[in-house]
Design a protein around this ligand. Structure first.
Ligand code: R2B
Ligand code: URA
Length: 235
């Protein structure tokens, strides 16, 4: 049976519940993710949920990785490669840490090894406010830097441990960390940004890439719900 969208009365996001798992769309970019998380965290609080983990699955641009590689985020970093998220609150600059849960990363890495279907790495994820200039693309409507500037910046990001770039990880890490909720970010890479700006793989290839974080996290959820393996019985 297809489960219904339980947020069907709003165009903010879609939400599906399957047993103890909520699957929620978060839209594109930090503001969209922040609004959804505020509302989701309040919902979880009022529903008295416990033992909650939050996992973002999505897509990204890789740095120095084979397209289709899945990146498990160690630290969500800003455009200066710092593990922090900055927000203006009451006209003042508030900076929050962006630590993600190391145990979740280890368990997800083990799940990728169990599946043995696609390459998976652990690395830092740079979160930007924009897909074009913010991600050092030259192919947006405006651009104020050269290909050489871009290569130097992306190489510096790689040297700082950044393996992919997307647009939501830092606010998710900051908000979950502020609420003491374990969180993870699992994103597949569509392209290697050292090789270009445009996503050129055919639609079917990208559709299969998109499934990778889903397959990995589904395996993790099933494994977690089964609980620790029963010890082998002695003969
Ligand atoms: C990855 O892909 C989207 C931009 O195309 C954005 O939501 C993200 O983080
Ligand atoms: N999503 C991003 O934010 N950047 C990319 O390069 C690809 C997907």
């Amino acid at each position: 049976m297809i489960s219904p969208n339980i947020c069907v009365g709003t165009d903010r996001y879609a939400m599906f519940k399957a047993g103890p798992v909520l699957s929620v769309s978060h839209g594109m970019g930090v503001p969209s993710m922040a609004i959804m998380l505020h509302e989701l965290l309040k919902l979880l609080y009022h529903a008295r949920c416990s033992g909650v983990s939050i996992i973002r699955i999505g897509t990204s641009g890789g740095i120095g990785l084979e397209p289709g590689t899945v990146v498990l985020t160690q630290q969500a970093v800003d455009a200066t490669f710092q593990p922090q998220f900055e927000q203006m609150i009451l006209g003042k600059r508030v900076v929050r840490g962006t630590d993600l849960d190391a145990q979740l990363v280890r368990e997800l890495m083990q799940c990728s090894a169990d599946l043995d279907e696609f390459p998976t790495v652990v690395g830092n994820t740079m979160c930007t406010l924009d897909f074009y200039e913010g991600q050092s693309r030259l192919d947006g409507a405006i651009c104020c830097f050269t290909e050489q500037d871009k290569q130097e910046y992306l190489q510096a990001a790689h040297a700082a441990g950044v393996r992919n770039i997307e647009m939501e990880s830092s606010v998710l890490a900051a908000m979950c960390s502020a609420c003491s909720l374990p969180a993870a970010v699992v994103c597949v890479t569509y392209l290697d940004r050292l090789q270009g700006d445009q996503i050129r793989s055919p639609h079917e290839v990208l559709a299969e890439y998109e499934q990778r974080p889903q397959r990995l996290v589904c395996h993790f959820i099933k494994k977690s719900l089964r609980g620790p393996e029963a010890p082998a019985t002695r003969r």
